[in-house]
Design a protein around this ligand. Structure first.
Ligand SMILES: [Zn+2]
Length: 59
């Protein structure tokens, strides 16, 4: 008996504030790319720098 594997891959974006160094993760959106600064920090007036985009695969 064989089961077809149904893997779901979700991309996440990891970003770090360039002032207070807080690290935040959220789901990847199309405009994200590494070293861009799409948002301001929620803790201070710094910019959130995207440091990593990664995929998570779930069975
Ligand atoms: Zn900050």
């Amino acid at each position: 008996m064989s089961k077809s594997k149904n893997k779901i891959s979700t991309c996440y974006t990891s970003m770090e504030c360039n002032s207070c160094k807080i690290i935040k993760k959220r789901k990847f959106i199309d405009d994200d790319y590494v070293f861009s600064t799409p948002e301001n920090c929620s803790e201070c007036d710094g910019k959130m720098l995207i440091t990593k985009i990664f995929g998570v695969t779930m069975d």
